[in-house]
Ligand binder design. Sequence first.
Ligand code: AMP
Ligand code: ZN
Length: 669
Amino acid sequence: MNSDLEKIKKLRSELHYHNYLYYNLNKPIISDFEFDNKLKNLIKLEKNNPIYFDKNSPTQRVGGSISESFKTIIHNEPMYSLSNTYNKEEVFKWEERLIKILGDKKINYFCELKYDGASINLLYKNGELESATTRGDGIQGDDVTNNIKTISSIPLKLMGDYPNVFEIRGEIFLPIEGFNRMNVIRKSKGEPLYSNPRNTAAGSIKLKDSKVVAKRPLDCFLYTLSGESISINSHDYSLKKAKSWGFKVPEIFSLCNSIKDVLNFISLWENKRSELPYEIDGIVIKVNDFSQQSILGFTSKFPRWAIAYKFQAENVSTRLIDVKYQVGRTGALTPVAILDPVKISGTIVKRASLHNSDQIENLGLRIGDLVYVEKGGEIIPKIVGVDDLNRGLPDNKVRFIKFCPKCGSVLSRIKGEANYYCLNSNYCKPQIIGKILHYVSRKALDIEGLGSETVDLLYENQIVRKVSDLYSLKKNDLIKLERLAEKSVNNLLNNIEKSKTKPFSKVLFGLGIRHIGETVAKKISNKIGSFEKLSLLTEDEILKIDDVGIKIAKSIVGFFKDEENLRLINSLKDYGVKFEIENTNNLKSKVLNDIVFVISGVFKKYNRIELKDEIEKNGGKVSSSISKKTSYLIAGSNPGPSKIVKAKQNQIKIINENEFLKLIDISES
Ligand code: AMP
Ligand code: ZN
């Protein structure tokens, strides 16, 4: 056994070291094959010797733990944010503020790239990773240790002369290449693509299954050291030390002795940022000397000794090839620019949003123009300008279309709105499909199992042409369609049936009446109570509802004027979809449906009014005297003797308070 322990120890330390050479120094000295062999041996030995378990063994990097929820950890020191600016002048002003506090002592500045990811705080004790915490609200974060262990460049065991207990903070990020690879796989599976590396990195470290995290090519730079026993007096030296203990520290930096040099570093990387293998959103400038840092201290949110210079959203020029038009579920037309593919912040962009016809007009857009495309935090990039010296031919001016590209109807522009609309709402395919998808969406009737491809299939096979057709779907119609297995058909039909129990506010939202969002639907439903009543109101009366403006009021009145809409509502009503709020709006359950109770005596948990409420909240009824319809007599202490006698005569079951509680408990489980 002892020799097993020796072997295990040796393999662990070898693997930690080779991991460091590979991921942090990029200088492996053994082949992947040898590495994998050593790892396999270690896994085997550990399996045979569970008593030698080590939470920081290299074998723990593959993940395996599932966390239903993360433990909250309060940070030893708050995780501050950085004060930031987009303006070079402001950097000089920052220096002026520093000089006011520090006097004319020389200040050196340490410039680093501002990595665009998620911040992390690592605690090490006796050279081992103890915990990893997200920033959270800055005061406390989530314990994501198991997920973080899967990131190969984060050392689980340290080397050299590390302090006994300390923390180190940094940024977890997804290199662009790894991010793109993840998207290629998603695309091949027909899954929606991840929007950008930053969000994906932040989302990854909060995943429940650490095995999934282990598959994501996350990386991490660490740069802020803190702890009591650390006797280091500058930022640059702290990074050198951290590096010697095995951390991956920023590899691109500059120690500057003037703001002029700082601005040079900023300009350099503002131009070269697209050459980096990861995304950055600016430069962080830190006062290098720790004693100066401690004199400067913190405001309530930021350290005074650092500032972030943020880059403008990346802006690239490319050729406009075409403008296409999309029709949304409300009939609104969105122009989309088709571009000569171009790389922005590491992703290839082929399309950009053009908002509406006004934007096309304002830019005087022509096919063939060299346009500036910008990608901010949002998924879809936008066109922000045209290069005046590089225009397309005047003959190729983009003119907003006059007819719907899908159904050919004449488009119309509603007064006061920027959008053009196709008004053929009940017969224009993208509108029909959009309406159905909206109706079944999570926030509306929440009918799971109907993705856009299935709805398209149902449309093309002429099975569903409007929302109400969902309720006449037959198992046989569906099974015939390719792609739909019996089990999913059953689930789907079940979910459609369940939608009939959804409250009126969801139905009102689900109808997709233009401008009626989720919140407005709730307000109208609470205030007015039913579709019937809503249909009787005038524009002025509708305007009296909170948060309802003229656009909404007009849209509602317009909706009721359309015969087709009324037919749709009637058939939905016939199918049992709810068009009014229930009196028992705050119903807890339906477990006592159709059960009639008579109450007698005094109770422990409830007074009699509360008991009556509880029964009604669970769907039951309360009657004052016993009859043939009574299901139960609930008898507390000192019940009325006549009631007991009558109940017995009519063979009505008499239960006590506890038995009643069991009745409603059953419903809740
Ligand atoms: P912000 O989120 O814009 O307030 O910027 C502050 C955040 O930038 C910090 O919490 C870090 O997560 C992140 N950051 C990225 N790179 C660095 C760096 N080199 N030094 C300090 N913070 C950085
Ligand atoms: Zn149309």
